[in-house]
Design a protein around this ligand. Sequence first.
Ligand code: PLZ
Length: 448
Amino acid sequence: MIGTVIEQKRILATTVPGPKSAALAARKNASVSAGVGTGLPAYITAGEGGILVDVDGNQLIDFGSGIAVTSVGNRNSHVIEAVRDQIADFTHTCFMVTPYEEYVAVAEKLNDLTPGGFEKRTALFNSGAEAVENAIKIARHYTGRQAVVAFDHAYHGRTNLTMGLTAKNMPYKHRFGPFAGEIYRVPMAYPYRWPTGAKNCGEEAFEEFVSLVHAQVGEDNCAAVIIEPIQGEGGFIVPAPGFLKQVQDYCTEHGILFIADEVQTGFARTGDWFASDHERIVPDLITTAKGIAGGMPLAAVTGRAEIMDSIHGGGLGGTYGGNPVACAAALAAIDWMAQTDACARARQIEQIFIPRLTNLADEYGVIGDIRGRGAMLAIELVSDLEAKTPASDLTAALNRFCHSQGLVTLTCGTFGNVFRFLPPLSAPDELLHEGLDILEAAFAEHAR
Ligand code: PLZ
């Protein structure tokens, strides 16, 4: 398929999913654990820009980027070429056994791109959860302290430690415990649902944070505070302005490491290289994955040199961490983002979406909040604008409608009532508008 250009056009050849996908779904059910769900079970054979092609010949509009991964687009020619060249040379040695330049080059790139003008070091891993696990390991080792503070609505992964950090029970934690110890949870500065209103949110959430850490953890026991600068799975929650900075300053004052989990928000997604940039936050450690490598599995922890270098030799690693093919893809993807000014593209996407989402909010009284930044945007759906009752059934119905019309959409949120948008940054405007037309049709069908 490489070489053919996929026309950036939606095509409905059959129902979505069609008969060939249905046959594959039957095989999946007989072979893959029921624990692994599929949101829109149309089986994909190719993708490019904002289009995914399925086995039945449908061309779907992609508003998900495989959960914020293919920001540079599938089949990005830059990435393909780099991966092809690397595969032709070698695919694996294990960096801990016999190293190679690509790993070092990715580390240099991340040290340079992430917030903070100080000296940094990076270690590479395979998944976001693995990066988070390692950031916590590093923070505990460096500080000699054990407690970790995480927030309501947080999502940090599905491994044992990261499940413990993740807030939501279903589907992530239910009956999977016991979870790792020394994890403490505090309220998130969630403006839309702050009890005394959005304008008090930042200040009051910070006061609660300080008081809970003092009373229930003890500042001197606290190794790290971990936060997503815009929460992802928990509902695309943008913390009240200034909250992140206050938390960071507090951490600095008490020798607590501030970890920004930018696994979902990183690499131009929010209109800056990192969401921390927008708030002028300079994390001690930052975790990245997803958008870093155009779809190849790669993740990283980047942080202050004195913290990262405090670990004894051999204390960090893993067989595949920083695989050369994934590193080659990352170098190409990052280069493409810089060359095409992907941050500016993300901000343009925000300009396309926000007016149309605002029109929907005006027309149907079910959108309580429109939020996000760049190409990471969401609407929170409620059945009563005053009571803010989560409209999770409506959210699911809208999602199903979009799927049936060939639009790949995702939902999220602690209450399952947030509709989120994460289009590839390489999707053309017309396709984004066509996707939004489908969303409007979904509202006309289900929200009247
Ligand atoms: N931290 C902020 O968003 C992954 C998970 C989807 P992995 N988010 C998508 C699902 O249902 O499993 C994520 C994230 C943030 C960490 C992670 C974990 O990254 O690469 O999925 O391990």
